[in-house]
Design a protein around this ligand. Structure first.
Ligand SMILES: Nc1ncnc2c1ncn2[C@@H]1O[C@H](COP(=O)(O)OP(=O)(O)O)[C@@H](O)[C@H]1O
Ligand SMILES: [Mg+2]
Length: 225
């Protein structure tokens, strides 16, 4: 589903953000990606969305390959991915329901289908009762739930969450991680990026990929942690 084969990413000004990183995320798997600020976590996410291309090695995502994908094919890849960021990125003048519906509207989903999927997805993230609220009327944790619902509503094969709890306090962070875990229990792969190792404490046994200075220093699945 997501395969990194000896992937390096060198930026012209700052040098190597990733060095020779290899891992495989299978269908339905949950993985934490952790490591200090500057370790290369966001670069790894951008290589999956193909916002960046590797300097060496190959990234394969759901049948697409960084070696062969054409610029015009990237929107089709992106439709297969659900992405969530630290800063929520909601449309301020649209309600929770409208924010989630928007990502279906832009790909031309029939109205009836939107009408069914949006309430179901808001309920899945625990936000059914706040569907008509604007982002400003929601807490940070609630706004992130809307962003997660928006990422999920088109049924991607993986949820990519890049520091989704970076703006949230400890209790709410744990709630958001729980939401992501529940989504994974329904069968969706999740790549949960966080520099905050304390979040992993409640999830002993989960797969953890650790980056440091662009190198993959451990992958618990590979048994070398
Ligand atoms: N667009 C960019 N141009 C140049 N250097 C970058 C760019 N994005 C990230 N970097 C550099 O790559 C390294 C890894 O950054 P990043 O992937 O954002 O790490 P993390 O998300 O783990 O904090 C850092 O040294 C950063 O300065
Ligand atoms: Mg980052």
């Amino acid at each position: 589903m997501i395969l990194f084969q000896n992937v390096s990413k060198e930026y012209p000004k700052t040098g190597f953000a990733l060095r020779d990183v290899s891992f495989h995320l299978r269908r339905g798997e949950f993985v934490f990606v952790t490591g200090p600020s500057g370790a290369g976590k966001t670069t790894l996410v951008k290589l999956i969305t193909m916002e960046e291309r590797p300097s060496a090695g190959t990234v394969r995502v759901s049948g697409f390959s960084s070696d062969r994908i054409k610029r015009r094919e990237i929107p089709y890849l992106r439709r297969r991915l659900g992405v969530v960021f630290q800063d929520f990125r909601l449309l301020k003048n649209r309600t929770a329901r409208e924010n989630v519906a928007f990502s279906m509207e832009v790909i031309g989903t029939p109205r009836e289908q939107i009408g069914l999927a949006v309430p179901r997805t808001l309920a899945a993230v625990g936000l059914a009762s706040k569907a008509d609220h604007l982002p400003a009327e929601l807490s940070g944790g609630e706004q992130q739930r809307v962003a997660i619902a928006r990422a999920l509503v088109n049924e991607p094969f993986v949820l990519l969450a890049d520091e989704p709890t970076g703006n949230l306090d400890e209790r709410v962070s744990k709630d958001i991680l729980r939401v992501c875990k529940d989504i994974n229990l329904r069968g969706m792969a999740v790549l949960f990026v966080t520099h905050d190792r304390s979040l992993l404490d409640d999830h002993v046994g989960a797969r953890v990929i650790e980056l440091d200075s662009g190198a993959l220093v451990s992958d618990t699945e590979a048994g070398d942690s």
